[in-house]
Design a protein around this ligand. Structure first.
Ligand code: SF4
Length: 282
């Protein structure tokens, strides 16, 4: 399985407590991925998917649905170039997940929609995200009716909400929506919350996130991983190199025994399932 994380947008309309956007900010030169570049990248990824298992995830540090035409363009190109063989996931806060999206064939062919949602009631959710609780729930439940079986929630398993976990899962499960939980992690040291530091770090040696995932920023740069919010660890520039060339650079770093990036020293992201995002649990 090859995984491509595509950051079509780096700005976000949410202000989450556990996001680097709230701290040092996210450093990109371009807030939105250039369309011509997007077409080239997605054509190359789609072509790969004709011969091997490829998962394209529209995610990154921003809310990609701030540019819905860009999301639809990316999905359309990925599906066309792969002749329908690519696996696709969209990650969103759910706030711009409006029903007209489901009118588009490329959107309907999304395999999964992961909604970031943490907070057990209106107050705790709005404190964390600064988005409208009621509107997000309405959007998510409605989209699940329009496109059943595609949506699941990804929730940061914060200690202060653990006592309400069963009740929270029940609320969503009753609406046909699975909930998955992930631990708060440090985003390569960009998050200061002590809960994000469980007393050990993820070693770069053997880091599957680096090995399996190609992270493309809204500048068109391949970075070490999604935790490089300052765009400090550039593996390659897709404006001048192909994905295949950049892939070869990553393998070369491994071959020469590269010891890792500065952010790896504070990395506490231990998550990676087969799809790189955890398996939904009902
Ligand atoms: S910060 Fe380093 S160790 Fe952590 S996921 Fe990124 S490349 Fe891997």
């Amino acid at each position: 399985m090859r995984i491509f994380d595509l950051e079509l947008a780096s700005p976000c309309n949410a202000r989450c407590e556990f996001c680097p956007q709230r701290f040092q900010g996210v450093k990109r030169e371009r807030p939105f991925l250039d369309e011509t570049l997007l077409d080239r990248i997605t054509a190359e990824i789609g072509a790969l998917a004709r011969t091997e298992r490829v998962h394209a995830v529209l995610c990154g540090m921003g809310e990609n649905l701030l540019r819905k035409p860009l999301v639809l363009r990316a999905l359309d190109s990925l599906q066309r170039a792969s002749e329908g063989r690519i696996h696709t996931t969209l990650v969103t806060t759910g706030s711009p997940l409006t029903p007209e999206l489901a009118e588009h064939e490329s959107f309907r062919r999304l395999e999964a929609i992961q909604v970031s949602f943490t907070g057990v009631d209106r107050e705790s959710y709005e404190d964390l995200y600064h988005l409208k609780h009621e509107r997000v729930i309405e959007n998510v439940v409605r989209m699940n009716r329009l496109l059943p079986g595609k949506i699941y929630l990804r929730t940061v398993d914060l200690e202060r909400f653990r006592a309400h976990r069963a009740e929270f899962s029940r609320f969503w499960n009753e609406r046909g929506i699975p909930v998955t939980y992930s631990a708060l992690h440090s985003r390569g040291g960009h998050i200061g919350d002590p809960e994000a530091y469980p007393g050990r770090t993820r070693p770069f040696r053997g880091c599957e996130i680096f090995d399996l995932i190609t992270f493309v920023s809204s500048d068109g740069l391949v970075l070490s991983c999604c935790h490089d919010v300052l765009s400090a660890n550039v593996i390659g520039d897709l404006r001048v190199s192909s994905l295949a060339e950049i892939d070869a650079r990553k393998r070369e770093l491994r071959r020469i025994g590269f010891q890792g990036f500065d952010i790896c020293r504070s990395c506490t992201d231990f998550s990676l399932s087969e799809l790189g995002r955890g398996v939904p649990q009902a």
